[in-house]
Design a protein around this ligand. Structure first.
Ligand code: SF4
Ligand code: SF4
Length: 348
């Protein structure tokens, strides 16, 4: 088990970029009533008060002298300039990843929802996706002030190479983990763009959600509904095959689709007894107990404590790297052992 020797203290240079308001308040920590999520970190700074911290984070990730390979992996525009208002180039952060969008075909191809779902999943798995599922859109997944018109969302997961992500955190001289994150965000973006074009070619509207920049849609809740995994104590998804070590993208569409079932395989229960990520997190940001967040009691990471370390360590990633479910060959065994545990304890 990875253990920190002491709790990391955020340097003044990072804290100076934090606004007076707590990010946990924006997120709805402690709120027992459901509400739409507020636009937040990774949205354009005009939507929230964390633009300065976001710019600082991006400046460390992409702006330092040795960050060329990081910018290349994320396909960051060569005009990126740290220290601008948003920390981004005025002409855009990412070079478009994947094919350009095609026009929606004028005539719809008609098939059943079951047939389309099979085709969509097969297409995604043949075009960069490692896991894929489908959910019906819910209002609580849409950020306040944004709109999603399409009825369904196809959620895609792409795996990290474990030997790269296990190098987290990224610090001067070792960018392997953050470069891998960039590569997989790019692959996830390509998967979404190619799937979107396939659907548009059949006559149905789409909107692409490539990540990591936030748009209208939360990513983890639809991914859970689409059967891609359970929420872990570290605030990331745990998938029964990929563990915690993967990235998400999504395509919303009005193509008629059959929804997937949520996949409950024991990860949530495992987290109740596991403390690997809580003990490994340098700033001690991971709550041991579930918290109320916008009407839902769930695992939660203290944003205000996590984000300065996340910035200083170029995306951190320790909690997903150390999670036992991420270790190669382990997830399958854990699924079996959690099923046995459930059988022994009986229903309820
Ligand atoms: S990403 Fe945040 S929560 Fe996870 S280990 Fe790093 S600092 Fe802790
Ligand atoms: S490290 Fe343990 S507690 Fe943390 S998310 Fe993974 S299984 Fe859950």
């Amino acid at each position: 088990m990875t253990r920190r020797s002491e709790i990391w203290q955020a340097p003044t240079r990072a804290l100076e970029h934090m606004p007076p308001q707590s990010g946990n308040t924006v997120n709805g920590l402690g709120e027992t009533e459901p509400r739409s999520p507020s636009p937040f970190f990774w949205h354009e700074p005009k939507y929230h008060d964390f633009g300065d911290m976001q710019g600082y984070t991006l400046g460390i990730m992409y702006g330092l002298e040795d960050a060329g390979e990081i910018r290349e992996a994320f396909c960051i525009n060569e005009n990126f300039r740290p220290g601008t208002e948003s920390g981004r180039a005025s002409d855009g952060q990412f070079i478009h990843r994947g094919p350009d969008p095609v026009d929606v075909a004028p005539a719809k191809v008609h098939k059943t929802a079951v047939e389309w779902s099979q085709e969509v999943k097969q297409f995604a798995l043949a075009h960069h996706a490692d896991v894929v599922g489908i959910a019906e859109m819910r209002p609580e997944w849409v950020f306040a002030g944004f709109e999603v018109r399409e009825r369904y969302v196809v959620v895609i997961g792409v795996a990290h190479a474990y030997e790269e992500i296990s190098q987290a955190p990224s610090l001067p001289g070792n960018n392997r983990a953050i470069v891998e994150v960039g590569r997989q965000y790019t692959r996830a973006a390509m998967a979404a763009a190619e799937l979107s074009n396939f659907i548009r070619g059949q006559g149905y509207e789409t909107t692409c959600y490539p990540g990591p920049t936030a748009q209208a849609l939360l990513m983890i809740p639809p991914a859970i509904a689409a059967g891609l995994g359970e929420l872990g104590k570290h605030g990331s998804l745990i998938n029964r095959k990929l563990g915690s070590s993967f990235r998400l993208s999504a395509v919303a569409t009005d193509m008629p689709l059959e929804t997937s079932q949520p996949d409950t395989f024991g990860a949530d229960e495992f987290c109740l007894r596991c403390q690997v990520c809580t003990k490994a997190c340098p700033p001690d940001a991971i709550y041991e107990d579930k918290q109320w967040v916008r009407g839902d009691k769930k695992w939660y990471v203290n944003f205000d404590t996590c984000i300065p370390y996340f910035a200083e360590s170029r995306g951190c990633g320790i909690c997903i790297a150390v999670c036992p479910w991420s270790l190669p060959g382990v997830a399958d065994r854990l699924v079996i052992s959690m099923a046995k545990r459930r059988d022994r304890s009986g229903p309820g």
